[in-house]
Design a binder for this molecule. Structure first.
Ligand code: MLT
Length: 265
């Protein structure tokens, strides 16, 4: 792990492998370790950059709302620091919101985009209110209090029944997140821009991945992005819910690997 002072915080990240750069952006409330299987699979032929987004993992919590645009600016500053002008950007869920914000701010820096278990729509008023209530609960009672409700939504019933290692790992990421960091990200996600009208303007090749049992960002959200983004590819991962890369790493890596190989042709 490396740490670097950028903008108003210290950002933790891993930078492994060599080849065309691939940046992997984690979801909420997780950290860069959610990409371990992808780092291992792709580092032989790619340079893999996995940051902890602000307020998560070993990256500092900033005193203000962690908006998707702030996180995208952090990623851009990290790429500057690492002398990377262009990269393939892959984000899962909140990481996908950040990837879309990055693509809007820096379209020419995006070699290709992978949007996994994410959506383009902004929050509804009801979703915003739920985020405020969850942030208040987290600050009052800690991450343990929400872990039990978060887990069954993130993972497919089959994963919960048959993969205790994955359940333990996801739980550890949730409970290891600092309450202030989680609350700031919840506020940031509630403030995020609706990206639907931007989708048709994306010029980079796009792969959309979704777990067949994802109820947080369901297949309909992935199909909407697929319809709007010309030439995009859609892959549905069976027997996975919201954390398709962790629940079905082999299938996820196969979809990502094919997409990355086609970029090099
Ligand atoms: C995530 O996995 O990043 C979150 O579920 C995204 C969200 O709450 O919208």
């Amino acid at each position: 792990m490396s740490k670097v002072s950028l903008r108003d915080i210290k950002i933790a990240y891993d930078d492994v492998g060599s080849g065309p750069p691939l940046v992997l952006l984690h979801g909420f409330p997780f950290n860069r370790s959610m990409w371990d299987e992808q780092r291992e699979a792709f580092a032989e032929h790619h340079r893999i950059i996995t940051p902890d987004l602000r307020g998560h993992g070993e990256t500092d919590v900033a005193p203000t709302a962690a908006t998707m645009a702030e996180m995208a600016l952090d990623v851009a500053a990290l790429l500057d620091k690492l002398d990377i002008e262009r990269a393939v950007l892959a984000g899962l869920s909140m990481g996908g919101y950040v990837a879309l914000a990055f693509c809007r701010l820096f379209p020419l820096r995006v070699r290709a985009l992978v949007l996994a278990d994410t959506r383009a729509q902004a929050d509804t008023e009801e979703a915003k209110a739920n985020r405020s209530a969850q942030a208040a609960q987290i600050l009052r009672e800690g991450m343990e209090a929400v872990a039990a409700t978060i887990l069954p939504k993130q993972l497919a019933p089959e994963t919960i029944a048959k993969r205790p290692d994955v359940v333990r790992r996801v739980r550890a990421m949730v409970t290891g997140t600092r309450p202030e960091g989680a609350a700031a990200a919840l506020e940031g996600m509630a403030q995020r821009q609706d990206q639907r009208s931007f989708l048709s303007r994306i010029i980079a090749p796009v792969l959309i991945i979704v777990g067949s049992e994802d109820t947080i960002t369901p297949i309909a959200d992935a199909e909407l992005m697929h319809q709007e983004i010309g030439g995009s590819r859609l892959e549905v991962i069976g027997a996975a819910a919201h954390l398709s890369n962790l629940e079905r790493p082999k299938e996820f890596n196969c979809a990502l690997g094919k997409f990355l190989a086609d970029l090099e042709r």
